[in-house]
Design a protein around this ligand. Structure first.
Ligand code: GUN
Length: 312
């Protein structure tokens, strides 16, 4: 990312610098819009198709946000909303139609899909060159062999890397040679994150639920990425002094008191015990407002990239 004089990091009030994912994501979205304007001179408008099957309320919120960001970037944005009872073959037929549509450069099938549909089969039907989620085995393979020129990289780890680079820049450190620990080994975040850190010449450890002495492993991390999906599982006291902490988790937990509707309040927390970690870290992402906003921004960047590659 080419950053100007914007302040992407500021005091957290706990000691560490706070990495402002909202500000960085706004910058990335503005870059995607600029890229789209440049591409328009070649007669190409980036096109993103988002496919939603069923009526899961959280998925509806995400899909709306993706469509809104695409419009903000000046993209051609289409949404296909299918009934929860849609057959796997009908969904695959739609993906094939989008694969063949020259106005569409990016296809995203929102997960989770209803239980009667094999998600793997559907995701593997998406043309790798239009796979803006970066979930297709061809893109996972390109990332694994370090071919970032051709891969489309999953959005959350790609966005996490941008935040990490901004933090390293602000702290005046280089990523090469640093000990990076990724807690979590999912195909969507943990594994691609580890590949991206390796591509930056970090020394990478992937920790997970079966890791022995997780506290000891985390304590050796100059760079810590937490992506386990368990509220505050990574304790602040484990964090190495001065480390850069990227918290991918977004967990809803009970809050204090009742809301206006008389229901118990809830709040969002990450996978890291924030205040205690921020007292030790050099820089840290908050939850919310850290990695979360980067995912949609990187989806816009991937769609732009797919459109740019289509005219080369
Ligand atoms: N559901 C929740 N996050 C995602 C995402 O990043 N991509 C897709 N396709 N579905 C999701």
């Amino acid at each position: 990312m080419s950053s100007g004089s914007e302040a992407f990091l500021r005091p957290s009030g706990h000691g560490a610098l706070l990495i402002d994912g909202k500000a960085v994501s706004a910058h990335v979205i503005a870059e995607a819009a600029q890229g789209a304007a440049a591409l328009a001179l070649k007669g190409v408008k980036p096109g993103l198709a988002v496919v939603l099957v069923g009526e899961d309320p959280a998925s509806q919120v995400y899909v709306r946000a993706k469509g809104k960001a695409a419009e903000q970037c000046g993209f051609h944005s289409v949404q296909h909303t299918l009934l929860a009872t849609t057959s796997e073959s009908d969904l695959i037929a739609l993906v094939e139609q989008l694969n063949a549509d020259p106005a569409i450069h990016g296809i995203l099938v929102q997960l989770p899909l209803p239980a009667h549909i094999d998600s793997t089969r559907v995701l593997e039907t998406i043309s790798p060159s239009k796979d803006v989620d970066g979930f297709h085995p061809v893109n996972a393979g390109l990332l694994a062999i370090g071919n970032l020129e051709r891969a489309l990289v999953p959005c959350t780890p790609a966005g996490s890397m941008i935040l990490l680079r901004e933090a390293a820049k602000s702290l005046g450190v280089s990523l090469a040679g640093q000990n990076a620990v990724v807690v979590g080994r999912s195909n969507i975040v943990g594994k691609p994150m580890a590949q991206l850190l390796l591509a930056e010449n970090c020394t990478v450890t992937i920790a997970h639920s079966r890791t022995r002495d997780l506290a000891g492993v985390v304590a050796g991390a100059d760079i810590l990425v937490a992506a386990v999906g368990r509220p505050e599982m990574v304790r602040g006291a484990w964090v190495k002094a001065g480390a850069i902490v990227i918290d991918v988790g977004i967990n809803r937990v009970p809050g204090e008191g009742l809301n206006a509707q008389g229901q118990p309040k809830t709040r969002l927390v990450g996978d890291v015990e924030y205040a205690a970690a921020a007292a030790r870290a050099g820089a840290i992402t908050p939850v919310p407002g850290g990695v979360g906003p980067m995912t949609i921004a990187m989806l816009m960047m991937n769609t732009l990239t797919a459109a740019q590659r289509s005219v080369r």
